[in-house]
Design a protein around this ligand. Structure first.
Ligand SMILES: NC(=O)c1ccc[n+]([C@@H]2O[C@H](COP(=O)([O-])OP(=O)(O)OC[C@H]3O[C@@H](n4cnc5c(N)ncnc54)[C@H](OP(=O)(O)O)[C@@H]3O)[C@@H](O)[C@H]2O)c1
Length: 279
């Protein structure tokens, strides 16, 4: 199965489907990564905060996939925002992952009230100029955060990774990012299987296409040219979440799923997250 890629605004390709590894612990990582690589995944999304960069790095190093064929994303944790700390914690993440470059480095949350995201991003710009990271970006940025960032920095973020699923489709942020050629990555793309997959519209389409509800939701994300990073520790689901490339939703069906939006955010509101809040 061939996974397609999206081209970021600096020309660097990023696989459309990656594996999110939040909550995958040291014991489970090797099996999860082996299953994912066998299924065709080449992109993996971790974070310093997840505490599993080492486990991911170890598991990837045991495979025979060349480093240049992998796409590794990690994130600068809130507590380490700031110009100097960004370099320091970038280096720690590289060491944890056992690699000498990152494909994508993201600011995890804006924490705007703490006033450090611009200088953190400026450090990331330098890492990018030095070739230590192939692409840089942000997570959980709303339009006003992106506007502020772009007014004070030189390199447009390549990615904005945000909570996004049919019940919270963030159409305003998506449109702003589309208009500025910032690629949206959906985190929690399956709404953590908390009710979305039983929605009658999703179930009806799953029956029509002989696919699972998760595959319908993931295909809907792809129809909007998003990158998706579903997480699963279950081998069957890991394979299922990658097996998306042999069908397409019709435009009216995409619109039907769009209309399920309830602005039902599941995670934190980025305007309310401060450094030190999340543990
Ligand atoms: N930037 C940020 O602030 C941020 C925040 C949160 C997450 N993320 C990233 O986004 C990734 C994905 O988000 P997420 O983990 O929050 O949520 P998610 O991918 O929407 O959902 C994961 C949950 O859904 C279940 N699941 C997976 N595939 C399924 C399927 N085919 N059918 C039914 N259930 C299925 C998983 O169960 P099992 O594992 O038990 O199979 C798990 O409980 C994370 O791993 C992380 O990399 C980023």
């Amino acid at each position: 199965m061939i996974n397609d890629s999206q081209i970021l605004n600096n020309g660097y390709p990023m696989p459309s489907v990656g594996l999110g590894v939040y909550k995958i612990d040291d014991d489970g990582m090797e099996k999860v990564v082996t299953t994912a690589l066998d299924a065709g995944y080449r992109a993996f999304d971790t974070a310093y905060f997840y505490g599993n960069e080492q486990a991911l790095g170890r598991a990837l190093s045991q495979s025979d996939i060349p480093r240049e064929d992998l796409f590794i994303t990690t994130k600068l944790w809130n507590d380490y925002q700031g110009y100097d700390k960004t370099f320091e914690y970038f280096q720690k993440s590289l060491e944890h992952l056992g690699t000498d470059y990152l494909d994508l480095f993201l600011i995890h949350w804006p924490c705007e009230a703490d006033g450090l995201f611009i200088e953190s991003y400026q450090a990331m710009e330098e890492l990018y100029e030095q070739g230590k990271v192939k692409a840089i970006g942000v997570c959980n940025f709303k339009q006003h955060h992106l506007e502020k960032l772009m007014a004070h920095t030189n390199i447009k973020p390549m990615v904005n990774q945000i909570e996004l699923h049919p019940y919270f489709n963030q159409q305003d942020v998506q449109e702003f990012c589309d208009n500025h050629d910032i690629k949206v990555t959906a985190w929690m793309p399956l709404m953590r299987n908390r009710g979305l997959l039983e929605d009658p519209v999703i179930v009806k389409l799953a029956e029509k296409y002989q696919k699972t509800p998760a595959q319908i939701v993931l295909r809907w994300h792809l129809a909007h040219n998003r990158i998706i990073i579903p997480k699963s520790k279950t081998p069957e689901r890991i394979r299922e979440n990658y097996d998306l490339f042999d069908f397409n939703l019709e435009i009216t069906e995409v619109a039907e799923i769009d209309s399920l939006n309830k602005n039902a955010r599941q995670g934190k509101d980025p305007d309310k997250v401060r450094i030190g809040d999340l543990k």
